[in-house]
Write a protein of this length. Structure first.
Length: 254
Protein backbone atom coordinates (compact mmCIF):
# COMPACT_ATOMS: atom_id res chain seq x y z
CA UNK A 1 0.00 0.00 0.00
CA UNK A 2 1.30 3.45 -0.86
CA UNK A 3 0.64 6.75 0.91
CA UNK A 4 -0.28 7.40 4.55
CA UNK A 5 -2.00 4.84 6.74
CA UNK A 6 -3.00 5.87 10.28
CA UNK A 7 -2.59 3.03 12.80
CA UNK A 8 -3.68 4.81 15.96
CA UNK A 9 -4.38 8.35 17.18
CA UNK A 10 -5.37 9.60 20.61
CA UNK A 11 -6.07 13.13 21.86
CA UNK A 12 -6.02 14.34 25.45
CA UNK A 13 -3.86 14.11 28.55
CA UNK A 14 -1.99 11.19 30.09
CA UNK A 15 -5.02 10.42 32.27
CA UNK A 16 -7.86 11.25 29.88
CA UNK A 17 -7.67 10.71 26.13
CA UNK A 18 -10.08 10.10 23.27
CA UNK A 19 -9.52 7.78 20.31
CA UNK A 20 -9.45 9.98 17.19
CA UNK A 21 -8.01 7.48 14.71
CA UNK A 22 -10.99 7.71 12.34
CA UNK A 23 -11.06 11.51 12.51
CA UNK A 24 -7.36 11.79 11.66
CA UNK A 25 -7.65 9.21 8.88
CA UNK A 26 -10.58 11.08 7.35
CA UNK A 27 -8.44 14.23 7.29
CA UNK A 28 -6.09 12.68 4.71
CA UNK A 29 -6.82 14.24 1.33
CA UNK A 30 -4.92 13.05 -1.75
CA UNK A 31 -2.19 11.70 0.50
CA UNK A 32 -1.74 14.91 2.50
CA UNK A 33 -2.46 15.03 6.22
CA UNK A 34 -2.76 18.69 7.22
CA UNK A 35 -4.52 19.14 10.53
CA UNK A 36 -4.52 21.85 13.19
CA UNK A 37 -4.99 20.10 16.53
CA UNK A 38 -8.23 21.22 18.21
CA UNK A 39 -11.26 19.31 19.55
CA UNK A 40 -13.36 20.74 16.73
CA UNK A 41 -10.94 19.62 14.01
CA UNK A 42 -10.81 16.16 15.61
CA UNK A 43 -14.60 16.03 15.95
CA UNK A 44 -14.56 15.20 19.69
CA UNK A 45 -15.77 16.75 22.90
CA UNK A 46 -12.88 18.32 24.80
CA UNK A 47 -11.61 15.35 26.90
CA UNK A 48 -9.89 17.58 29.46
CA UNK A 49 -11.26 21.14 29.53
CA UNK A 50 -8.80 23.76 30.66
CA UNK A 51 -5.81 21.41 30.39
CA UNK A 52 -3.01 21.21 27.83
CA UNK A 53 -3.67 18.31 25.48
CA UNK A 54 -1.59 16.39 22.95
CA UNK A 55 -2.40 14.45 19.80
CA UNK A 56 -0.36 11.23 19.67
CA UNK A 57 -0.37 9.52 16.29
CA UNK A 58 1.18 6.34 14.88
CA UNK A 59 1.24 5.87 11.11
CA UNK A 60 3.08 4.32 8.19
CA UNK A 61 4.07 5.57 4.74
CA UNK A 62 4.00 3.05 1.89
CA UNK A 63 3.60 0.26 4.44
CA UNK A 64 6.99 0.97 6.01
CA UNK A 65 7.98 1.09 9.67
CA UNK A 66 5.64 2.69 12.19
CA UNK A 67 6.27 6.41 12.69
CA UNK A 68 5.09 8.39 15.72
CA UNK A 69 4.45 12.07 16.33
CA UNK A 70 3.13 14.13 19.25
CA UNK A 71 1.50 17.46 18.46
CA UNK A 72 0.35 20.01 21.03
CA UNK A 73 -2.96 21.84 21.01
CA UNK A 74 -3.28 24.41 18.21
CA UNK A 75 -0.15 23.14 16.47
CA UNK A 76 -0.26 21.63 13.00
CA UNK A 77 0.26 18.03 11.97
CA UNK A 78 1.55 17.94 8.40
CA UNK A 79 2.53 14.83 6.44
CA UNK A 80 2.75 14.91 2.65
CA UNK A 81 2.92 11.43 1.09
CA UNK A 82 0.34 11.01 -1.67
CA UNK A 83 -0.23 7.52 -3.06
CA UNK A 84 0.80 6.93 -6.65
CA UNK A 85 0.87 4.14 -9.21
CA UNK A 86 4.59 3.91 -8.50
CA UNK A 87 5.19 4.88 -4.88
CA UNK A 88 8.74 6.15 -5.26
CA UNK A 89 9.22 6.54 -1.52
CA UNK A 90 11.67 8.95 0.10
CA UNK A 91 13.97 10.96 -2.18
CA UNK A 92 16.38 13.63 -0.90
CA UNK A 93 16.30 16.76 -3.07
CA UNK A 94 18.67 19.00 -1.11
CA UNK A 95 20.31 19.23 2.29
CA UNK A 96 22.33 22.01 3.93
CA UNK A 97 23.90 22.04 7.40
CA UNK A 98 25.33 24.93 9.39
CA UNK A 99 24.31 28.42 10.44
CA UNK A 100 23.09 31.44 8.53
CA UNK A 101 25.81 32.53 6.11
CA UNK A 102 27.85 29.35 6.51
CA UNK A 103 26.06 26.25 5.25
CA UNK A 104 27.60 23.04 3.89
CA UNK A 105 25.86 20.98 1.22
CA UNK A 106 25.13 17.52 2.66
CA UNK A 107 22.71 16.30 -0.02
CA UNK A 108 24.83 13.31 -1.06
CA UNK A 109 25.50 12.44 2.59
CA UNK A 110 21.77 12.28 3.31
CA UNK A 111 21.10 10.24 0.17
CA UNK A 112 23.69 7.73 1.32
CA UNK A 113 21.94 7.39 4.69
CA UNK A 114 18.67 6.17 3.16
CA UNK A 115 18.35 2.45 3.85
CA UNK A 116 15.40 0.46 2.53
CA UNK A 117 13.44 3.65 1.92
CA UNK A 118 14.00 5.18 5.33
CA UNK A 119 16.33 7.51 7.19
CA UNK A 120 16.90 7.94 10.92
CA UNK A 121 19.41 10.65 11.73
CA UNK A 122 20.14 12.47 14.98
CA UNK A 123 21.31 15.79 13.59
CA UNK A 124 24.88 16.82 14.36
CA UNK A 125 28.13 17.51 12.53
CA UNK A 126 29.65 14.19 13.60
CA UNK A 127 26.67 12.19 12.32
CA UNK A 128 27.01 14.02 8.98
CA UNK A 129 30.76 13.35 8.84
CA UNK A 130 31.72 17.01 9.02
CA UNK A 131 34.08 19.11 11.12
CA UNK A 132 32.20 21.53 13.34
CA UNK A 133 31.58 24.50 10.97
CA UNK A 134 30.73 26.89 13.79
CA UNK A 135 31.89 25.79 17.27
CA UNK A 136 29.68 26.85 20.17
CA UNK A 137 26.83 27.89 17.86
CA UNK A 138 23.47 26.18 17.41
CA UNK A 139 23.44 24.67 13.94
CA UNK A 140 20.59 23.29 11.87
CA UNK A 141 19.87 20.93 9.02
CA UNK A 142 17.69 22.29 6.25
CA UNK A 143 16.41 19.44 4.12
CA UNK A 144 14.16 19.25 1.09
CA UNK A 145 12.75 15.87 0.14
CA UNK A 146 9.90 14.17 -1.68
CA UNK A 147 7.69 11.26 -0.68
CA UNK A 148 5.99 9.64 -3.66
CA UNK A 149 6.88 12.77 -5.63
CA UNK A 150 5.34 15.26 -3.18
CA UNK A 151 7.77 17.94 -1.96
CA UNK A 152 8.36 18.77 1.68
CA UNK A 153 10.89 20.88 3.57
CA UNK A 154 11.91 20.72 7.23
CA UNK A 155 14.47 22.30 9.53
CA UNK A 156 16.07 20.25 12.33
CA UNK A 157 18.22 21.72 15.09
CA UNK A 158 21.28 19.94 16.43
CA UNK A 159 20.18 17.03 18.58
CA UNK A 160 16.78 16.68 16.88
CA UNK A 161 15.96 13.59 14.84
CA UNK A 162 15.24 13.48 11.13
CA UNK A 163 13.32 10.21 10.84
CA UNK A 164 11.16 9.05 7.91
CA UNK A 165 10.38 5.55 6.70
CA UNK A 166 8.71 5.48 3.28
CA UNK A 167 9.86 2.46 1.26
CA UNK A 168 9.13 2.51 -2.46
CA UNK A 169 6.34 0.26 -3.73
CA UNK A 170 6.66 -1.86 -6.86
CA UNK A 171 4.68 -0.77 -9.87
CA UNK A 172 1.48 -2.82 -10.21
CA UNK A 173 1.03 -4.79 -13.38
CA UNK A 174 -0.99 -3.02 -16.07
CA UNK A 175 -1.37 -6.20 -18.14
CA UNK A 176 -4.96 -6.87 -19.19
CA UNK A 177 -6.39 -10.42 -19.23
CA UNK A 178 -6.29 -10.42 -23.04
CA UNK A 179 -2.64 -9.37 -23.05
CA UNK A 180 -1.85 -12.04 -20.49
CA UNK A 181 -3.55 -14.77 -22.58
CA UNK A 182 -1.74 -13.60 -25.71
CA UNK A 183 1.53 -13.63 -23.80
CA UNK A 184 0.95 -17.23 -22.62
CA UNK A 185 0.00 -18.38 -26.14
CA UNK A 186 3.03 -16.62 -27.60
CA UNK A 187 5.28 -18.25 -25.02
CA UNK A 188 3.76 -21.68 -25.80
CA UNK A 189 4.32 -21.33 -29.55
CA UNK A 190 7.83 -20.02 -28.92
CA UNK A 191 8.71 -23.07 -26.81
CA UNK A 192 7.18 -25.47 -29.35
CA UNK A 193 9.13 -23.80 -32.18
CA UNK A 194 12.32 -23.99 -30.13
CA UNK A 195 11.74 -27.70 -29.47
CA UNK A 196 11.25 -28.52 -33.15
CA UNK A 197 14.22 -26.37 -34.08
CA UNK A 198 16.47 -28.32 -31.71
CA UNK A 199 14.99 -31.63 -32.88
CA UNK A 200 15.54 -30.86 -36.58
CA UNK A 201 19.07 -29.59 -35.95
CA UNK A 202 19.89 -32.77 -34.02
CA UNK A 203 18.41 -34.95 -36.80
CA UNK A 204 20.40 -33.02 -39.42
CA UNK A 205 23.64 -33.53 -37.46
CA UNK A 206 22.86 -37.23 -36.99
CA UNK A 207 22.29 -37.66 -40.75
CA UNK A 208 25.67 -36.10 -41.56
CA UNK A 209 27.45 -38.27 -39.01
CA UNK A 210 25.74 -41.41 -40.38
CA UNK A 211 26.70 -40.44 -43.93
CA UNK A 212 30.28 -39.86 -42.83
CA UNK A 213 30.38 -43.24 -41.08
CA UNK A 214 29.70 -45.11 -44.32
CA UNK A 215 32.63 -47.05 -45.75
CA UNK A 216 35.45 -44.96 -47.16
CA UNK A 217 34.30 -41.59 -45.80
CA UNK A 218 35.79 -39.25 -43.21
CA UNK A 219 33.25 -39.25 -40.37
CA UNK A 220 34.90 -36.28 -38.58
CA UNK A 221 34.69 -34.13 -41.72
CA UNK A 222 31.05 -34.96 -42.38
CA UNK A 223 30.20 -34.61 -38.71
CA UNK A 224 31.71 -31.12 -38.73
CA UNK A 225 29.55 -30.21 -41.74
CA UNK A 226 26.57 -31.32 -39.70
CA UNK A 227 27.05 -28.35 -37.40
CA UNK A 228 26.13 -26.05 -40.28
CA UNK A 229 22.48 -25.23 -39.49
CA UNK A 230 20.24 -27.90 -41.00
CA UNK A 231 22.93 -29.00 -43.49
CA UNK A 232 21.44 -32.49 -43.48
CA UNK A 233 18.27 -31.19 -45.15
CA UNK A 234 19.74 -28.99 -47.90
CA UNK A 235 23.46 -29.66 -48.30
CA UNK A 236 23.61 -33.41 -47.81
CA UNK A 237 20.81 -34.24 -50.33
CA UNK A 238 22.63 -32.16 -52.98
CA UNK A 239 25.87 -34.07 -52.35
CA UNK A 240 24.05 -37.42 -52.54
CA UNK A 241 22.41 -36.32 -55.81
CA UNK A 242 25.75 -35.29 -57.36
CA UNK A 243 27.43 -38.50 -56.30
CA UNK A 244 24.58 -40.53 -57.76
CA UNK A 245 24.75 -38.64 -61.06
CA UNK A 246 28.52 -38.97 -61.54
CA UNK A 247 29.10 -42.39 -60.06
CA UNK A 248 25.77 -43.98 -60.87
CA UNK A 249 25.42 -45.34 -57.34
CA UNK A 250 22.30 -45.23 -55.28
CA UNK A 251 23.23 -43.95 -51.85
CA UNK A 252 20.91 -44.61 -48.98
CA UNK A 253 21.38 -43.05 -45.54
CA UNK A 254 20.07 -45.23 -42.74
Amino acid sequence: MSGISVINATYGTTSTAADVTKAVSSSIKDGVLNLTVTPTALNVTDPAPGQAKILNISYTINGGQTLKQSINDNETLYVNAPPSRIASGLQIVNGDYGVEGNFTDVTDVLKGMIKKGGINLKVGFKALGLPDPNPNKQKELQVEYTINGAKSKNIFKDGETFSIDAPPVDKPSNTTPTQMVNSVIGMLFSNVARFFGIFLFSFSLFSCVRFGSMEGRNMIFWGALGFIPYFGFWGLPLIVLVLSMFYGDTIVIT
